[in-house]
Design a protein around this ligand. Structure first.
Ligand code: C2E
Ligand code: MG
Ligand code: MG
Ligand code: MG
Length: 283
């Protein structure tokens, strides 16, 4: 199951996640140690503003280094955390770590908005809103510096209460983003009611923009739809220059992807933010 990224020494463990597989049961137990044993770390991926060509927003992405298995991708442990109740503690750890990083960047005069991914399960916790607001007060961060990313599918579960809770977060001053848009079967009627600021178009529509004319039509229509609803657009999964130029041409506000920067640790990203590469959106 171990694979090596070409050229890097990072081990990526791809566990067998079948229900009740021994590996899965081991991961469930090991995950319980991750916070007490300090095995989580946040990486941050820039979102480039295609109007100003500046990076003022980043997304926090959690990383788990397992003591014997090495780096385990979030797609392989977040679903487990969600099914075993551990997502409550995980999201809270991520949220506090993001606020602490925000403070560090503010000290360097870097006014960066940090996105935190919120699971459907978190939206069902009775005291999630109270926890979040309490941490904002303790860490003394302005809500304008934080974006909450909620996937389209997590809103579909229970739209009524999701709309209500997201409304409270929006009123508090957070920026709200709908993640993985286009993959979650939400209706336009639901989208219209959602108290959000931006749509993130899922990377599956962006990665092949140059070759796939259907994706171009879908992305153009989604950008127009979002703008007509008063929402900003983030495209994720920009892997080449073509996609960047194309998205700028169709007035997408933000671009996120390996072409701009991979997710990086704070110590790697800080110098990058202080001295970013020059981006252009015309040839
Ligand atoms: P997401 O929130 O949609 O995050 C974007 C994912 O796309 C990240 O994967 C990012 O590394 C990857 N990505 C960014 N640019 C590119 C690109 O150009 N090409 C490709 N192929 N991929 C790109 P990552 O970090 O592995 O995270 C996967 C998912 O795990 C996230 O998707 C999110 O749903 C979840 N996740 C990550 N961190 C957290 C967290 O702290 N809490 C929760 N609840 N979920 C998280
Ligand atoms: Mg996200
Ligand atoms: Mg996404
Ligand atoms: Mg995703």
């Amino acid at each position: 199951h171990h694979t090596r990224n070409s050229g890097s020494l990072i081990q990526v463990y791809q566990p067998n996640l079948d229900i009740n597989s021994v590996e899965r049961l081991n991961l469930i137990n090991d995950l319980r140690q991750a916070i007490p044993c300090n095995q989580f770390e946040l990486h941050f991926q820039p979102k480039l503003c295609l109007y100003s060509l500046k990076v003022t927003h980043v997304e926090a992405l959690v990383r788990w280094t397992h003591p014997t298995l090495g780096m385990i991708p979030p797609d392989n442990f977040i679903p487990i955390a969600e099914k075993t109740g551990q997502i409550e503690g995980l999201t809270r750890w991520v949220f506090v770590a993001a606020l602490m990083q925000c403070t560090e960047w503010n000290k360097l005069a870097l006014d960066i908005n940090i996105s935190v991914n919120i699971s459907a399960e978190n939206l069902k916790e009775s005291d999630f809103y109270e926890f979040v607001c309490q941490m904002m007060t303790i860490q003394n961060i302005k809500p304008q510096q934080i974006t909450l990313e909620v996937t389209e599918s997590s809103v579909v579960d229970d739209p009524k209460s999701a709309i209500k809770l997201l409304g409270k977060f929006k009123d508090y001053g957070f920026r709200i983003s709908i993640d993985d848009y286009g993959t979650g079967y939400s209706s336009l009627a639901q989208l219209k009611q959602l108290p959000v600021h931006e749509l993130k178009i899922d990377k599956s529509f962006i990665q092949r923009l140059e070759r796939d004319l259907d994706d171009q039509i879908i992305v153009r229509s989604t950008i127009d739809l979002a703008h007509n609803m008063g929402l900003k657009v983030v495209a994720e999964g920009i892997e080449d220059e073509f996609s960047l130029l194309w998205l700028a041409q169709y007035n997408c506000e933000f671009a996120q992807g390996y072409f701009i920067s991979r997710p990086k640790s704070a110590s790697e990203l800080t110098p990058w933010l202080l001295n970013p590469p020059k981006f252009t959106h015309s040839i």
